[in-house]
Unconditional design. Sequence first.
Length: 253
Amino acid sequence: MKITFLGTGTSQGIPIIGSDHPVCLSKNPKDKRLRVSVLIQWDNYSYVIDCGPDFRQQMLRADVKSIDGILFTHEHADHTAGLDDIRPFFFRQGDIPIYAHKRVVDQLKQRFAYIFETENKYPGAPNLEVNLVKNQPFKLENLEVIPIEVYHHKLQVFGYRFNNFAYLTDVKTIPDAELEKLKNLDVLVINALREQPHISHLNLEEALQIVSILQPKKTYFTHISHLLGFHDEVEKNLPENVFLAYDQLQITI
Ligand SMILES: [Zn+2]
């Protein structure tokens, strides 16, 4: 399985528009972060998790020619706002499967009503094949996916486990029963926003606590704010086998 980090930034991305914060002005490509998303590829399949406002640029940058579906973590705009840009895939491939909690689908129906229109639908609008995700394992092609239910302040969010890889973003708390599902991981990807506490995101210290509980072989932090600091400096101080993800990083599991 190959994982490509399409974006590793928090909701505003890095650089933030108009910001003269040193991290936003950094020339290091690892300090430039699009909105958070990953591409997961195995056999001949390609799935993305989330479809934020940078989706088009991410698909071009990673040279993605086709996608087999999109899994959504939750409905916030930095994870969903790019949905209209599935059109090139829809025109070539037909209906694009999405996988999401019912609440997320209901939110998408409000924001992208024209996509879900059943009568007199505008001919250029894309079509989705909607698959509702509950907190129980489901099949993606030949792979079992285990949803992990976590909380982003009070909002329910799904993380996903594929074999010994798990992707969790926009987490503040993980119920004990869900932590159990995250044992024996080769790779954990989890959000670490910044050093200061935040109401709906793990900060660096809290994310490191989760790592010490779960003991995955390797961990990559994502959904990173400019306030966390320069990539190279932060990573120097991380424990062994814990890394900051960066855009376009690829890992094979
Ligand atoms: Zn987010």
